[in-house]
Design a protein around this ligand. Structure first.
Ligand SMILES: Nc1ncnc2c1ncn2[C@@H]1O[C@H](COP(=O)(O)OP(=O)(O)OP(=O)(O)O)[C@@H](O)[C@H]1O
Ligand SMILES: [Mg+2]
Length: 507
């Protein structure tokens, strides 16, 4: 080899070597810093304290025992150099000074159309024994927030297949509604009906903090094979650690977001929001947060809107997430802080009443107490007028219910009450719906139209007559007795006592 050829060969070799070195340096720089592990110093209840390790809130750590067993936990807070962790699984066998080895940031779960028909837990692990989830995408548990100005407005009704809701509490695509009820009044059955009969493309069900038995019952009996085909069920029952219950609610929302991104209309059903709040309360109190309202620490009231705001419409051209969140209102406690907070952050509420359920009227929707805040904007004026008439007639009947039932109301005294009495049986029938019957939006509105077809729109109103014992103003009472005297003078044959009973109440 000549001298110049040798030089050229050496120069090329040096260049190649430099390039290889540069690549290795780049790769080394890109590597995550090695984990700095620590040790478990304390465990009280489900709260774990570790010192010496470097991890951020939301990171997952492996807690390694001397015998090689492993427990997974997530960082939920810190104080000084102490980290607070919460387990995401069973903590049995955890020993003092266990090694705490930080891993990657928590919360990315495999998703795809293969999720449909599946039941998974709060970690995304299948519970139905049908093998691993097929899907090439991954979603984060906490999702991404949408610029509120970029959201598509709620302008189209969503058919939920339930007559009373479709006609009187019309739900819009992208609306978030609370289902307020005590225990055992028919929440699960109503949610199951909506899941089976809705016109939404995909249904995501989050069963959070409820009894484990209910999961199987909901999936097999209430949802049934037809509902299950286009549903994903995320189940985090009450025996799961609080962190997994939170994850369950987040994961259900993330899956709904995944399908919304693909332009689909999603119905998200979360049973229940109260249990989600209680899981956050457990975590907050365990790591030393001060309780604020009825034992709920402030973080609960930050977590609720953060969860609920993720539902709703996507940007223009994307799909929508219409969400139902059940809220437990035990003993009709209107002061319950979770019910209060939910009412403020949701776009409407459907109240199920125990009084109505006890009378055997299912679904036990209390139309008077329920409201859909977007209804007026998404339905035509004729439908709005029919719904208004229904509410008005229902309200007139309920206000005079006691008088009517003890026979103190006399027919003919007030045409509006007469009309309410006439319509009442049909209205009751209208509100009832068997579990196995679907009533679509158009059918529900049509039936509402039929209900009022035979009765005048606004019966002429003159007076409301009540029994003598009903408290009334002094002026009205005197007017009533004058009227009675006049009636006796003008029509001597008429039953004077009956005429005297009539008193006018100014409207
Ligand atoms: N549409 C309906 N038709 C007939 N019966 C119904 C209907 N809805 C509910 N029920 C009755 O009410 C019972 C309780 O319903 P469901 O389990 O849905 O209540 P829940 O509010 O979910 O209760 P929990 O608070 O225990 O979860 C059912 O077992 C059923 O007997
Ligand atoms: Mg239930």
């Amino acid at each position: 080899m000549s001298g110049s050829a040798t030089q050229k060969f050496r120069a090329e070799r040096a260049l190649g070597w430099r390039e290889r070195m540069a690549r290795q340096v780049k790769r080394a720089v890109a590597l995550p810093p090695p984990p700095v592990e620590g040790a478990l110093t304390r465990m009280v209840g489900l709260t774990l304290e570790a010192s010496g390790c470097q991890a951020a809130v939301g990171d997952v750590c492996d807690l390694l025992n001397g015998d090689g067993s492993k427990v997974e936990a997530e960082v939920v807070g810190f104080a000084g150099d102490k980290l607070y962790l919460m387990p995401t699984g069973e903590v049995h066998g955890l020993a003092p000074a266990a090694r705490v080895v930080p891993r990657q940031r928590a919360g990315s779960v495999r998703v795809g159309p293969g999720l449909l028909g599946r039941v998974i837990d709060g970690n995304g692990t299948p519970l139905d024994g049908l093998g691993p989830i097929q899907g090439e995408d991954r979603v984060k548990l906490l999702g991404r927030s949408i610029n509120p100005l970029a959201r598509h407005p709620i302008d189209t009704p969503l058919d939920v297949g339930v007559r009373s809701i479709n006609s009187l509490l019309t739900v819009g695509r992208g609306q978030r509604i609370g289902l307020f009820a005590g225990s055992g009044v028919g929440k699960s059955v109503l949610l199951g009906m909506m899941a089976r009969y809705t016109s939404a493309d995909v249904i995501v069900v989050g069963l959070i903090g409820e009894r484990g038995r209910e999961v199987k019952e909901f999936v097999e009996r209430i949802l049934g094979p037809e509902g299950r085909r286009r549903s994903v069920v995320v189940a985090s029952p009450a025996d799961n650690p609080p962190l997994i219950r939170l994850h369950g609610a987040w994961l259900a929302t993330s899956i709904a977001e995944y399908f919304r991104e693909r332009g689909l209309s999603v119905l998200l059903i979360m049973d229940s929001l109260t249990r989600f709040a209680q899981a956050q309360r457990e975590i907050g109190l365990a790591i030393g947060e001060a309780p604020a309202t009825k034992g709920y620490p402030p973080s609960v009231f930050a977590r609720l809107p953060a969860l609920v705001e993720r539902a709703g419409n996507g940007a223009k051209g994307k799909g929508s997430i219409t969400a139902f969140y059940t809220v437990l209102t035990e003993g009709d406690d209107q002061q319950d802080p979770i019910a209060d907070s939910a009412r403020a952050i949701l776009d409407g509420h459907v109240v199920l009443s125990r009084r109505i359920a006890e009378a055997g009227q299912y679904p036990a929707v209390d139309v008077e107490a329920s409201v859909s805040r977007v209804m007026q904007e998404i339905i035509p004026p004729e439908h709005a007028e029919l719904a208004r008439r229904f509410r008005q007639t229902l309200s007139i009947y309920q206000q005079n219910r006691d008088l009517i039932s003890i026979g103190a109301y006399q027919r003919g005294s007030d045409p509006r009450i007469d009309q309410a009495i006439d319509l009442w049986p049909a209205m009751q029938k209208f509100l009832m719906q068997p579990i196995d019957k679907r009533v679509g939006h158009a059918e529900a509105v049509n039936e509402l139209r039929q209900l009022f077809a035979a009765s005048p729109a606004d019966p002429r109103h003159e007076t409301i007559r009540t029994s003598r014992h009903r408290p009334a103003g002094r002026r009205a009472y005197r007017k009533g007795t004058r009227r009675a005297r006049r009636a006796r003078r003008e029509a001597p044959g008429r039953d004077a006592a009956e005429a005297g009973r009539a008193r006018e109440i100014p409207q």
